[in-house]
Design a protein around this ligand. Structure first.
Ligand SMILES: Nc1ncnc2c1ncn2[C@@H]1O[C@H](COP(=O)(O)OP(=O)(O)OP(=O)(O)O)[C@@H](O)[C@H]1O
Ligand SMILES: [Mg+2]
Length: 329
């Protein structure tokens, strides 16, 4: 478990003070994949870099499995950092070293015997699917392959935590998915806690169990990925989830409702019952089903053609059936 308590980070540049993080409190469960999302400048990188003190917090505490990182001296911190791997958007590989030597680098730094290094690097190459690339140099690899090397290197010391700062932002959508699935597999098979910083909700949707939304250095919303997608509460969260939509002009007869069906309610004939029970017309304007963590969330935009007096009853009927309702118009 990672426990961040009253964390703040202030940067001083000449006469300028930037409060990048303001009193952040958050818990990251052991073995989970925890996403941190926000616009550019929200403080995501500052936050993830404070977790291993790559960035020194201005105030606050960082606890990992009962150890407060702020109380460690340099030596203790260096040991602790072996338990925390990190990968980056720009991969940060050593261009003059082969794939093998890049992955071996942290092991050799830890003075691991060369025979163990060889064995370990080979098993990591196998894990990330790069068995035939050990002699290649980074410049000979695709972006996805480079990030696989980055992941293998980050896992070399068998960390408990893997920090990922925009690890897929430089990759195309297909490669992004492959890398995300690799991270998910690693989380499943090795039980490593993964912290994922991103500005893309697709990344969260694909692999995260839990999400924290940052804005201007503050947490504005947090929750399970399913909850955040089905019931976003903050306007910025709605923006990321995509429920903050505008309607085409031609729909302007009745009331327009945006409905989210989650879990049980996704499989029930709620709309047809609604039509019968209230004797109203319901036009479906758009709809789709998304799978978040394997669970279906149905999203439906409907136009209810009725006089406004029935609307409160319609809404409470839907809400009683576990449908989240937003009145758009
Ligand atoms: N080394 C630094 N010196 C001064 N200001 C900094 C420094 N690093 C970050 N900042 C400022 O702190 C704020 C948060 O930056 P941070 O890099 O954490 O945001 P971010 O959410 O990761 O953004 P992005 O999505 O663009 O990577 C920004 O206003 C940024 O300009
Ligand atoms: Mg950043």
């Amino acid at each position: 478990m990672i426990n961040i308590i009253n964390l703040s980070k202030t940067y001083q540049k000449e006469n300028n003070t930037v409060e990048a993080l303001k009193n952040i409190n958050m818990k990251i469960n052991k073995g989970s994949i925890h996403g941190i999302i926000g616009f550019s400048g929200a403080g995501k990188s500052s936050l993830i870099r404070c977790i291993n003190r790559l960035e020194e917090p201005t105030n606050g505490e960082i606890w990992i499995d009962g150890i407060n990182l702020m109380e460690l001296n340099r030596d203790q911190l260096r040991k602790m950092r072996k338990r925390i791997g990190m990968i980056f958007q720009s991969f940060n590989l050593l261009s003059s070293k082969t794939v093998f030597d890049n992955i071996a680098f942290p092991l050799r730094l830890s003075k691991v015997p060369e025979s163990t290094v060889k064995e370990k690097v080979h098993s990591l190459l196998e894990l990330v699917g790069l068995k035939d690339k050990e002699k290649a140099y980074p410049s000979m690899l695709s972006g996805g392959q480079k990030q696989r090397v980055g992941i293998a290197r980050a896992l070399a010391n068998d960390p408990d935590v893997l920090l990922c700062d925009e690890a897929t932002s430089a990759l195309d959508p297909k490669t992004t998915k492959q890398i995300l699935h690799l991270l998910k597999d690693i989380n499943n098979s090795l039980g490593i806690t993964i912290v994922v910083v991103t500005h893309e909700m697709e990344v969260i949707k694909e692999i995260c169990d839990y999400v924290t939304i940052l804005e201007d250095g503050e947490i504005i919303e947090e929750g399970s990925t399913t909850r955040i997608f089905s019931d976003p509460r903050n306007e910025t969260t709605m923006h990321f989830v995509g429920s903050n939509h505008e309607l085409p002009k031609e729909f302007k007869k009745g009331k327009v409702l945006y409905l989210s069906f989650i879990g049980d309610s996704a499989g029930k004939p709620i709309i047809s019952k609604l039509i019968k029970e209230f004797d109203i017309e319901v036009n479906i304007l758009s709809g789709n089903i998304e799978y978040i963590g394997g669970k279906p969330i149905g999203k439906l935009t409907v136009e209810v053609d009725t006089d406004c007096s029935k609307i409160p009853e319609v809404i409470s009927y839907l809400e009683n059936n576990n449908v989240k309702v937003e009145v758009i118009k």
